[in-house]
Write a protein that binds this ligand. Structure first.
Ligand code: PLP
Length: 396
């Protein structure tokens, strides 16, 4: 029997705050009742604040981030359209695969896992696209597999400087609600996220932010779609309804999580992620282990992907953490399997939780055979958190 708490430090699903869990504990309700909009209409507005958009439209599909990718593609593009994207991690690889499966012509920029979106190369390809064949540029804001955050504003500039009209698609699954994301300012046309990461909810919602330009594209896009048809969703959403049964407990949860984000303040949420991530990174540096991210400007504030020494099997580290210490970390995905483990540091998180993550990771590394000084990572993070707390005003 396992006693005490199980600790979840995977980069999603993340820990659900108790208040949000309780908000979801509701009797089932009539999704066609006259007052259903009292629950739902505010959610679209709240989600717009998190995406930092006034002009965009939010859609909430029962599904996950992958479903939202599909909704974005099939509603706005045409069979055979050319799209430009970089492949530099597990999720950008899956997104490219989906685009190909759906019949798009994918122009791939293959770069190392650990690199960020290759803005110069994107600009070069857009610049030589004299006949505007590229209809969309896909960018993964935060590559969860590698712990790399890319510069979306720079990709927007690459489009503008080349006077290119392609739609800008952003995968914000592990960034929205945790990292700085600005849909209107960066003129993002389609942003995709899921409920189970920065929004601190169980999985089950695929969320989209859609620009006016993308909605215009959707009016004539001929790719086949049925369940994810934007126009069906929008027609019903106007009065707060859905074209099919929505997951009402999750919608109650979303209302509670949006209220938490609003109470803390989105800027503070983002700053907290940066502060906590820095503590975790200092701990990792104290072990002498490198991150997969190639450069410090790419470090993700939601997940750190850590390379273990060659003689250590990262799968052992994960197994030991789980079996001996009731703690889950993220595994190394694809080619990083066995070489990398990941600490997810996003969502409902504080300093003490980060210290627990580092403490267990240290013990698991030690038990897996690494000559790590026990307490070294925890100590480095403590020093950072303590100094940082002293410098900040009392928050409560
Ligand atoms: N994109 C990124 C960056 C992700 O991290 C994930 C999941 O972890 C996905 C897409 C897929 O989302 P989902 O698992 O919700 O379908």
């Amino acid at each position: 029997m396992r006693t005490g708490q199980t600790h979840l430090f995977i980069p999603g699903p993340t820990n659900v705050p108790e208040a949000v869990r309780q908000a979801m504990n509701v009797p089932m309700q009539d999704m066609r009742a006259a007052d259903f909009g009292d629950l739902t209409l505010g959610l679209f507005e709240g989600m717009k604040s998190v995406l930092r958009t006034e002009r965009g439209t939010v859609m909430l599909f029962p599904g996950s981030g992958t479903g939202a990718w599909e909704a974005a593609i099939t509603n706005t593009l045409n069979p055979g359209d050319k799209v430009l994207m970089a492949r530099h991690g597990h999720f950008s690889t899956l997104w490219a695969q989906m685009a190909e499966r759906l019949g798009l012509q994918v122009e791939l920029i293959d770069i190392p896992w650990g690199a960020g979106a290759p803005v110069k190369e994107i600009a070069r390809r857009l610049g030589r696209d004299a006949h505007d064949e590229i209809k969309a540029v896909f960018v993964t804001h935060n590559e969860t597999a590698t712990g790399v955050a890319s510069d979306i504003a720079a990709v927007r500039r690459a489009l503008d400087e080349n006077f290119h009209d392609a739609l800008l698609f952003v995968d914000g699954v592990s960034s929205v609600g945790s990292l700085d994301f600005r849909m209107d300012e960066w003129e993002v046309d389609l942003v995709v996220t899921g409920s189970q990461k920065g929004l601190m909810l169980p999985p089950g919602l695929g969320i989209l932010g859609v620009s006016e330009k993308a909605l215009e594209a959707a009016r004539s896009a001929t790719m086949r779609r049925a369940y994810f048809e934007f126009s069906d969703m929008l027609a019903m959403n106007a009065d707060g309804y859905f074209p099919y049964t929505p997951p009402t407990p999750l919608l109650h949860g979303l209302r509670a999580s949006l209220a938490r984000i609003a109470t803390e303040g989105l800027d503070n949420v983002i700053a907290r992620h940066t502060r906590l991530a820095e503590g975790v990174r200092r701990g990792i540096a104290a072990w002498g282990l490198p991150l997969v991210a190639e450069h410090h400007t790419l470090y993700s504030d939601t997940v750190s992907a850590i390379r273990v020494p060659q003689e250590i099997d990262a799968r052992e580290v994960l197994r030991i953490a789980y079996e001996e210490f009731n703690t889950s970390f993220g595994s190394g995905l694809g080619p990083l399997d066995g070489k990398v483990f990941r600490i997810g540091h996003l969502g409902d998180l504080n300093e003490a939780m980060c210290l627990t993550a580092l403490s267990v990771a240290e013990m698991a590394l030690y038990r897996a055979g690494m000559q790590v000084q026990l307490g070294s990572g925890v100590g480095a993070a403590q020093a950072w958190f303590a100094a940082d707390a002293a410098a900040r005003p009392f928050l409560h």
